[in-house]
Design a binder for this molecule. Structure first.
Ligand code: NAP
Length: 493
């Protein structure tokens, strides 16, 4: 493995008053190599700001961004110019991040100047010309931040990084938004001068900014280099998934130079054509594998060269392996679902099972349980809609609202109820669950769901979705690396 210099992570701090600013800066020291003070966030410039700047143990970047360029202060061009001239008079040895429209009228220390361009509306078609205009200034570092609406918006940003590397220019190039997170995590390994991180999960100063602690601890950003094997989760949404925690912890514990990222994707066909398939992709990267989650598990099948027979029968792929010039598809959900069940119930033959929901997870669950000779009934809110699935596996389908699960061996929730925007919901009541033996929620975030709480109140044994997630991830890991992973410590914050 190549040795790699420490990646520069800059924590951006946006606070309204000096005390909060000082406190945030002190907390930032632990994870940051640079700290950006967003002066435009302060209510007014405090007189004793020099205290913060002079004694600070990390290089400081000063930013005073006007609202029309994504900042927090309505300031005229004249006020901005006056602000920077006052900073120059003070003579602090700090970095300046100055917008391109103003930088030529100032006389900064160019060796500590970042000239920046922000576009919060999308990716401009003249990105290369913007780069060229910034490169004509004497500023040491060029910064271009654009808004990614789709993951393929990362492509022009990666191209900019490649161009700057060959031009030997220092650059920060970012695709903002969740769809652009790959540029924030992989950017430094492709030559970016630094990457920005947030102080906390809820204190991002730009869309898609990742907590700086997680950049270092979860994504191991200091170890990412050109040879790092890249894997990730494709879906919508993906940001609350535990998969990055599991796979990155597994890479670390097995000593594998790999990173696993969240890829927020709307158009799965475009992703596979432009970024994934080795014969058509527009990006050079060491992509090895993808997990696929809702809503793409069926649509992705069109994008692959080979699909294992079991996944074809299930009708859903949740794992992709990039193998030389081909893409291979697998389904690890089915085996992942069974693994913890067998530990709790032993043999599944002749067990009476209810599956709630009729989406991708239900599909894998029916197939897997039938393989183990269980007797499955499907329960759906819309029976007519669920009939297609029920008929394709020859199971009966009943209305969820009038269901009673008394006497069943197993009831499985294969709906998203209990997570995300449905966090306080359960697909069924305590009364409906009463008399069932084991209740299994495929939802794993949160670990204890409303469905499981109702089941416990009804006196049922319970099983959460995390065991399945880990079990299916083990198989994915083996497909991508050829190795088995021991269960690593999964950080659950
Ligand atoms: P999906 O394809 O979107 O299917 C969701 C199903 O839930 C659909 O049939 C939908 O019904 C039904 N549903 C949604 N809201 C409902 C409501 N209010 N009442 C009743 N039914 C409702 O999603 P999926 O991929 O199957 O995933 C389902 C859940 O399983 C997700 O939470 C996912 O995270 C979890 N999962 C966990 C693991 C794991 O490893 N633990 C693996 C896979 C999936 P309609 O068809 O009527 O819309």
């Amino acid at each position: 493995m190549k040795t790699h210099k420490r990646t520069r992570v800059c924590i951006s701090v946006c606070e309204k008053d000096l005390n909060a600013l000082q406190n945030a800066c002190e907390r930032a020291i632990e994870w940051a190599d640079f700290v950006e003070l967003r002066f435009d966030c302060l209510d007014a410039e405090p007189e004793n700001i020099a205290q913060v700047l002079s004694s600070f143990p990390r290089p400081v970047i000063l930013t005073f961004r006007p609202s029309e360029q994504g900042g927090h202060r309505d300031v005229s061009r004249e006020e901005r110019e006056a602000f920077w001239k006052m900073q120059a008079a003070r003579g602090d040895s700090i970095w300046w991040d100055v917008e391109a429209d103003l930088v030529r009228d100032l006389s900064p220390d160019w060796s500590r100047t970042i000239v920046s361009h922000h576009d919060f509306a999308g990716v401009p078609t003249d990105l290369e010309q913007i780069y060229e205009r910034l490169a004509q200034t004497p500023a040491r570092v060029l910064k271009i931040a654009v808004q990614a609406k789709e993951i393929s918006d990362c492509i022009p940003v990666f191209r900019l990084l490649d161009r700057a590397r060959s031009d030997e220019r220092e650059i920060i190039a970012i695709a903002m938004g969740n769809a652009g997170i790959a540029t924030r995590i992989l950017g430094p390994s492709r030559g970016a001068f630094l990457t920005y991180g947030a102080l906390d999960d809820d204190s991002a100063t730009a869309p898609g900014q990742v907590n700086a602690r997680k950049l270092r601890s979860r994504y191991n950003i200091d170890a990412i280099n050109d040879e790092t094997m890249i894997c990730g989760l494709v879906g919508l949404p993906v940001m609350s998934s535990f998969s990055p925690r599991i796979h990155n912890a597994a890479f670390a514990s097995e000593g594998i130079n790999g990173v696993y990222l969240p890829f927020e994707v709307r158009d799965v066909n475009s992703l596979f054509k432009r970024m994934v398939h080795p014969l058509t992709r527009e990006l050079t990267w060491n992509l090895r594998g993808l997990s696929i989650t809702a809503p793409h598990k069926q649509a992705v099948m069109e994008c692959l060269d080979w699909i294992e027979p079991d996944a074809k029968e299930i009708g859903a792929v949740n794992t992709v392996v990039v193998e030389k010039k081909r893409l291979l598809g697998y389904n690890t959900d089915a085996a992942g679902l069974i693994d913890p069940l067998q530990r709790h119930l032993g043999s599944l033959a002749d067990r009476r099972v209810a599956i709630i929901g009729a989406g991708g997870a239900a599909r894998a669950a029916i197939w897997a349980l039938q393989q183990h000779k269980a007797m499955v009934t499907l329960f759906a809110r819309d029976v007519a809609k669920a009939q297609t699935l029920a008929q394709s596996f020859n199971v009966s389908c009943q209305a969820l609202s009038s269901a009673s699960f008394s006497g069943l061996d197993l009831v499985i929730n294969a709906t998203p109820l209990g997570s995300g925007e449905h966090i306080d919901q359960s697909p069924v009541t305590q009364e409906q669950l009463s008399g069932a033996r084991l209740v299994y929620d495929l939802v794993y975030n949160p670990i204890d769901t409303r469905f499981l709480q109702e089941a416990r109140k009804a006196g049922c044994a319970t099983l959460g979705g995390l065991e399945m997630l880990v079990a299916q991830a083990r198989i994915q890991f083996e497909l991508w690396t050829g190795k088995k992973f021991k269960l690593p410590q999964i950080v659950t914050d």
